[in-house]
Ligand binder design. Structure first.
Ligand SMILES: [Zn+2]
Ligand SMILES: [Zn+2]
Length: 350
């Protein structure tokens, strides 16, 4: 079978590999769609402690069950499935408090296991037993289902920062994640959504298919002015920083309302993560800063439910479809900010 193999840092090689053999209790999935994520670029560029070579990236996976091993219940060949990429240990002190995304022992597709940039992916027995394999509801196609995980991350973030009825939400950064934040904030009852982007007019234009109320190109307009005007000088009740930019984190402090909440949704580069924080804004305005990382299995279930209900149409986020051999091309689209979601279709390759 064909796979896009990561042979080392920065090295992708499109080649033939042996078909993975699922362990007893595991299954084999024929990959229909694996979406590219900015994380894949990060992993390719910097590597990761969990990765050994050769490796296959890709963690936003949907496909069809090809083979089940004896002992697998509730799944059969032909089932359409999406994979929740992260398997927490379920027994450490963080897992025991429900903080599954922070589990230090978690195993992730595309990190610890070979991921979805291949024609087939094996799911371990632990993955099957702990329900990482989600049956895709009727009426949801596999491309929509492959975006379960990024949507789950966004849901996780908005539950942390508690977007609620009547909120004014500012989303900084309009990549696919920022755009999902627009859609989820609307679903949660935000009354005014202000979507802002600094770098790319293309992205701002693509973001216009999602239901924000005001779109701001920060190169042309002063966002603080726009936010203050829209809120009668109060500021935004929620600011979601969905871009790895220090300037955005500083701006968030200037535009947040008293009692407002800031979500630091994206990580900063490892070697440069320290930002100035005005402690008096936090103190005198009773502002709360929330972190959010990854998604739990439960967030994935919720995401799939919202996709099935039509609350969030993940298909709207897909701008490009490419065969497996063109993963590198897809990454270039992301680097240039010319796309929202790029999905890879491994079965298009012969
Ligand atoms: Zn991802
Ligand atoms: Zn754990």
């Amino acid at each position: 079978l064909r796979a896009m193999i990561m042979e080392g840092i920065g090295q992708l090689n499109y080649r033939e590999v042996d078909r993975p053999v699922p362990e007893p209790g595991g299954i084999l999935v024929k990959v229909d769609t694996c979406a590219l994520c900015a994380t894949d670029i990060k992993l390719l560029t910097y590597g990761h402690d969990a990765i050994t070579y050769p490796h296959v990236l890709g963690h936003e996976i949907a496909g069809v069950v090809e083979e089940v091993t004896p002992g697998v219940k509730d799944l059969k060949p032909g089932d359409r499935v999406a994979l929740a990429p992260t398997l927490p240990c379920f027994s450490c002190w963080l897992c025991s408090q429900g903080a599954y995304t922070l589990c230090g022992e978690k195993k992730i597709f595309g990190y610890h296991y070979w991921g979805g940039f291949a024609q087939y992916v094996a799911v371990s027995r632990a993955g099957v037993e702990n329900n990482l394999v989600k049956k895709v509801p009727e009426g949801v196609n596999l491309e929509e289902a492959a975006l379960m995980e990024p949507l789950a991350c966004v849901i996780h973030g908005q539950e942390e920062v508690d977007v609620r009825l009547g909120d004014t939400v500012v989303v900084l950064g309009l990549g696919p994640i920022g755009c999902m934040h627009i859609a989820v904030a609307r679903a949660r009852g935000a009354t005014t959504i202000i979507a802002a982007n600094r770098s790319s007019q293309t992205r701002l234009d693509m973001a216009k298919r999602f239901p924000a109320d005001i779109y701001v190109n920060q190169q042309e307009r002063d966002l603080k002015e726009v936010v203050m005007k829209a809120t009668g000088g109060r500021g935004a009740s929620v600011v979601i920083v969905a871009t790895p930019a220090k300037a955005a984190l500083s701006l968030a402090q200037e535009i947040v309302a008293p009692r407002g909440r800031i979500s630091i949704f994206g990580g900063l580069p490892k070697n440069d993560p320290v930002i100035p924080l005005d402690a008096n804004i936090v103190h005198y305005k009773e502002v709360t800063v929330h972190g959010s990382f990854s998604a739990s299995p439960r967030d994935c279930d919720l995401a799939l439910k919202l996709i099935a209900a039509g609350t969030i149409n993940t298909g709207d986020f897909i701008t490009h479809r490419l065969p497996l051999g063109k993963v590198a091309e897809g990454m270039d689209l992301i680097r240039r900010g010319e796309c929202l979601k790029v999905v890879i279709k491994p079965q298009w390759d012969q």
